[in-house]
Design a protein around this ligand. Sequence first.
Ligand SMILES: Cc1cc2nc3c(=O)[nH]c(=O)nc-3n(C[C@H](O)[C@H](O)[C@H](O)COP(=O)(O)OP(=O)(O)OC[C@H]3O[C@@H](n4cnc5c(N)ncnc54)[C@H](O)[C@@H]3O)c2cc1C
Length: 431
Amino acid sequence: MTAPGGFEGIWNRPVGSTSPESPVYFPAMTVSRRTFVETGAALAAGGLLGPLPAFRKGQATRVVVVGGGAFGGWAAWYLLKAGMQVTLLDPWGPGNSRSSSSGETRIFRATYGLRVFTQLAARALTLWQEHEKRWNRTLYVRTGSLRVKSVDDERLEQAAMPLLKEAGLTLEPLSLADAARRYPQVSFEGVKKVFFEREAGFLHAREATRLVVEQFVAAGGTYRQVAALPGEKTAGRLTGVTLSDGTTLTADHYVFACGAWLREIIPEVVGDLIRPTRQEVFYFGTPEGDNRFNEPQMPVWVDSDKRVFYGIPGNRGQGFKVADDSRGPRFEPTTGDRLPTPEGLANAREVLARRFPALKDAPLLEARVCQYENTQDGTFIVDRHPLAKNMWIVGGGSGHGFKHGPAVGEMVAGLVRGEREAEPAFRLARF
Ligand SMILES: Cc1cc2nc3c(=O)[nH]c(=O)nc-3n(C[C@H](O)[C@H](O)[C@H](O)COP(=O)(O)OP(=O)(O)OC[C@H]3O[C@@H](n4cnc5c(N)ncnc54)[C@H](O)[C@@H]3O)c2cc1C
């Protein structure tokens, strides 16, 4: 399905939304679903959709989770932990190469200009560490994050510092002299400001996404490799999902966490509220025996100039990761061409030459294309379908969702159990 006009104009601006750089970015844009969502909310508030499906006496509540990425996998895990009978569905498997949760690494950081995200990241960090212990696996590698600013704009950092402090985390300014002393492998030429986030680092993305589902199954959850589409909605409830093997599946609640596919799976609500963009990622080879570009000597980094680039060090010899955070062209996640472009490679090389001179001619080891699933404000959607009380929509990671996975999963379980209200910042009604 295609989004209405105006997509490129709005989404290809050189300024990123919230990932991993700017505080919040609200482009002026009319969203036609407002009336629809408001009507749904009004119906729900007026009780016209009927009561929430009751927790069935003597039997576990059944939940179907559609989509096994970072959001769906963790949601399934927390729903199972809450005592529900959970079936997780994905047509290609957790962390598959079409999904946004694919690829080996993702940055963990809590530097945001919005309290809700700093708090969510702080909660997620606690949960990542708790699960590392539980499962005896390293999923989070703390390296710190070096934020290098060639632009004279530190609004994000100034907004973030008190929020991090409140959450027990630290973002601190570094003088250029200190930065150069600590990181001699980095050139700070043309840099105006440097900040360091102490608890930032990276997550083993694909590995963690698969592990969550493995553990979910080991703990009694059901995983099936099939695609699902919502069935009929009757009396304010979704009655089931239709599966790609021709069967249907029914449950008490349904969680749709299908990343970039949400727009076509729930077009009546999500549609163009989520816009997938094509993002290129490159991995460069470091010199023999030279550990300056591996953790722990090199932290994750964000370089803000006219565009925002970011990267992740060595990661088990995968290479020095460099990616452009500017939103690429619109992307179709099932069949989209995933061959990186020469322009993307040239841009990544330019950053290498400027910021990491010893890697100027480093060989390219790997490259991949992944999609961001952007909302217009870079903020997630975690809310109930306005016309079906037992149907939840979870997505809009917008290029920074991975780190929040466990905290989002925990949030979803609370919502489905009726123990909490949807976070206002993540509600559909904001559009
Ligand atoms: C290049 C890149 C860099 C990023 N960097 C960072 C970072 O540094 N830090 C960070 O925190 N975040 C980062 N992100 C964002 C983060 O990875 C995503 O926001 C997050 O992984 C989204 O997870 P998800 O579960 O919503 O979506 P996905 O991982 O896409 O999962 C959705 C799942 O739904 C499945 N599905 C599709 N159709 C159906 C169907 N019909 N039925 C059932 N299942 C279906 C898919 O197969 C997929 O597995 C980055 C993303 C990209 C692409």
